[in-house]
Design a protein around this ligand. Sequence first.
Ligand SMILES: C[S@@+](CC[C@H](N)C(=O)[O-])C[C@H]1O[C@@H](n2cnc3c(N)ncnc32)[C@H](O)[C@@H]1O
Length: 280
Amino acid sequence: MNAAKLSRTEFVVLRDLVYEKCGIFFADNKRYFLESKLMPRLQAHSLSSYGEYYRLITTSLNGKGEFEKLLGLITTHETSFFREMPQFQILKSELFPKCIAQKQAGIQRLRIWSAACSSGEEPHTIAMLIDEHIILSQPSWQIEIVGTDLSETILARAKMGHYTQYALRNTPPAYRSKYFTFINGTYHIKQRIRHRVKFSQLNLFDPVKMQLMRGFDFIFCRNALIYFDLNSKTKVVESLYKSLIPGGYLFLGTTESLFGIQNEFKIAQFSGSVLYQKPL
Ligand SMILES: C[S@@+](CC[C@H](N)C(=O)[O-])C[C@H]1O[C@@H](n2cnc3c(N)ncnc32)[C@H](O)[C@@H]1O
């Protein structure tokens, strides 16, 4: 069988479907990219055209599962523990002490959301920092760490909490020995850290679920905005703004910024990184 070609019409309907469901946008010059990424899925289902694949996703019973596979092929789940370390330094050395001072008189609750958490390294890193810097001094605090992602498959890995040495490549040795157990060539995150993070599936473009995400002190949405066009980025940033408490901070990836995106955040300049703060 000759390899199927993605026609312009098929490209447009598939691209529009992906955009409408999860904000990921493919410019016209990405037709070949999409064709080559989705080719294995046509082969897996013995389909001879991308039009048939589109019908499979939109009308068949296992369409939702197949769409998830499609998303897995067009996004990257690249992450690691302590990725972009300066931001975690700011969290532990500047923001946690400020939080502790501010909350002494008020509600002693801390809520942190890792909003595109991939296999969980980011929220687990946050949980380790909380364990080190908050739990001992503030044992009565109510602490909630939430990790969400579009992909159920990657979340299943996050929930398991087993990692390769590569995932720990930026992890300081003291954290490696304190928070992981090395079993049969794999690093298992310790139970007390694993149990601190609640994982669930969430599409940043799901208006119903996004409305339920409220009252966070800190939101990490790092290295996910890269997938979205300006319109989608604006929508996500607006939702994340609503999800923060006044004074709360948004962390983006260090190569990302809100430049050119209409928003109400205040720029918060720290040594080594820029964060975005919802005004008080
Ligand atoms: C490169 S990873 C970033 C992981 C982590 N935040 C970090 O910076 O290391 C990007 C993640 O964004 C997720 N993602 C892409 N579009 C999304 C959407 N619409 N809603 C939620 N997550 C999304 C992908 O599934 C992927 O796991």
